[in-house]
Design a protein around this ligand. Structure first.
Ligand SMILES: [Zn+2]
Ligand SMILES: [Zn+2]
Length: 357
């Protein structure tokens, strides 16, 4: 399907503009003119989750192939699946189009880490790795660009009320008489032994949750995304396409109900800790818990992430940097040659030590 680009050209010179993470402004690439992006955080709304769950048929992510013409060179190209903004493959001009899912992002954490800063953070991180292959250090020194991605997230609120049943264990000590052999003579001695007094308990606890953020796409693994948390929800701004200029962005592919199931797992773990505290004593068992979720709300948001890829010995490694706070992560490859050389050096040193003794 053909889509129209949403165009932000410079009013002064007609060149294309890009969002600058360091200034938070839309800037002209050519004449340095800037444009402010209006932001009224009171506009950020949350929506009733039960309402969205009752209309899952229309709230399911859509599969649409978006064809578009670059706003600058006019060349036609096709967006990747679920992509809403990217760079023209011919001339690298920011190309933005509309989100097609029924639930669209209404808030966004804009990039604060610039591309230059992201490369520095990545270089420092790679520099700190022991036994990283030289090829990875070459990647750092190369002019390969990192990719700036806005990935979709669900943010959930809920007030919970949980009833539970379990057991509380209180430790006490008893003195018992034992026969023991002391200095070759059997005699009776007194020893302290630990006992636990278990009693049945039950109770009700409540906890309110605010903005539990859950990835709404499978673009990056959960492991990577967990490692670059936390996200500062206080940085959310009302959505504006201008933030996307120069970055790739994606629509959600994980449904709003699946996201909430994941959020419930996270909430359960917090509630279990609350129950343990509520039970008190020295040991606790939870036999059953039943949670009611009330005032369930959600919003769909975009979070900024820098990524880069590295192929080494037939394996693909992905690195991610939180575009708001600079937290970096990735699976690290090892250079077995470097490790073998070090082992060789150690063996040599030991052998030499023995020889010269
Ligand atoms: Zn200009
Ligand atoms: Zn182009």
């Amino acid at each position: 399907m053909k889509y129209e680009p949403i165009n932000f050209t410079c009013k002064g010179c007609g060149a294309s503009t890009r969002f600058s993470p360091d200034t938070g402004l839309l800037s002209c690439e050519f004449c340095n003119a800037t444009l402010e992006i209006k932001s009224d955080i009171s506009q950020i709304q949350t929506h009733d989750l039960d309402g969205a769950l009752s209309q899952l048929d229309i709230n399911t992510p859509k599969e649409v192939t978006k064809e578009i013409n670059c706003p600058k060179c006019g060349g036609g190209f096709t967006f990747g699946p679920h992509v809403a903004s990217t760079l023209c493959p011919n001339c690298q001009t920011p190309t933005i189009t509309e989100f097609v899912n029924n639930i669209v992002p209404e808030s966004i954490i804009p990039f604060e880490i610039t591309h230059k800063k992201a490369k520095e953070i990545f270089a420092d991180w790679v520099g700190s790795l022991w036994f990283a292959p030289s090829e990875l250090k070459h990647l750092v020194d190369s002019d390969k660009k990192m990719e700036g991605n806005y990935l979709p997230y669900w943010c959930y609120d809920a007030n919970t009320l949980t009833t539970y049943r379990g057991e509380r264990g209180d430790i006490y000590y008893v003195t018992v008489q034992k026969r023991e052999v002391v200095d070759g003579k059997e005699q009776t001695v007194s020893v302290e032994e630990e006992r636990i007094d278990w009693s049945n308990v039950s109770g009700t606890i409540s906890r309110d949750f605010d903005d539990i953020s859950i990835s709404a796409s499978t673009t990056l693994s959960d492991k990577l995304l967990r490692a670059i948390r936390p996200w500062d929800i206080g940085k959310l701004r009302p959505f504006d396409e201008k933030f996307l200029a120069g970055f790739e962005s994606q629509e959600h592919t994980i449904r709003v109900d699946s996201g909430f199931d994941t959020a419930k797992n996270i909430m359960s773990r917090v509630i279990e800790d609350d129950i343990v505290e509520d039970i008190g004593g020295d040991e606790q068992n939870i036999d059953s818990m039943n949670t009611i979720y009330m005032d369930k709300k959600f919003k769909n948001s975009l979070f900024p992430i820098w990524t880069t890829h590295f192929s080494y010995k037939g394996k693909e490694y992905i690195y991610a940097i939180n575009g708001e706070n600079g937290k970096v992560t990735g699976e690290r490859p090892y250079s077995y040659t470097k490790i073998a050389i070090l082992i060789g050096v150690i063996v040599l040193a030991i052998t030499a030590g023995i020889y010269y003794r």
